[in-house]
Design a protein around this ligand. Structure first.
Ligand SMILES: [Zn+2]
Length: 112
């Protein structure tokens, strides 16, 4: 995942939202980020802070909500919270289907 590209996309969404609402400034950008989305939060925040200069989002703060990774077994149906991606159920060796953890969404844009 290229955090700089991602930061640019998020910034564009925020600026577009401000324009749509005829707002002069963006205050906050809410982001939902799965643990397995493969994004370095620090790198993302740093890129965002560099790119936002001289835009309507220059004072905007990234508010990031992390979503843990959950998977369900296709055999026994048990739900597991995963630390890292695991393909097989620890209880019955069924196949785990990822339910959450790969999210990468802009939830909201708070502007003036
Ligand atoms: Zn199972």
């Amino acid at each position: 995942m290229h955090e700089a590209t991602l930061a640019e996309n998020i910034l564009n969404i925020a600026i577009a939202a401000a324009q749509e609402n005829h707002a002069a400034k963006v205050y906050k950008v809410g982001l939902t980020l799965g643990e397995l989305a493969g994004v370095e939060v620090e790198a993302l925040t740093m890129s965002f802070d560099v790119l936002k200069k001289d835009t309507s989002a220059q004072d905007a703060q990234l508010v990031i909500k992390r979503v843990p990774c959950r998977a369900a077994c296709n055999k026994c149906g048990k739900l597991f919270e995963l630390e890292r991606y695991n393909f097989f159920c620890p209880e019955c060796d069924g196949i785990l289907i990822l339910q959450t953890g790969r999210e990468l969404l802009v939830d909201y844009v708070d502007c003036e």
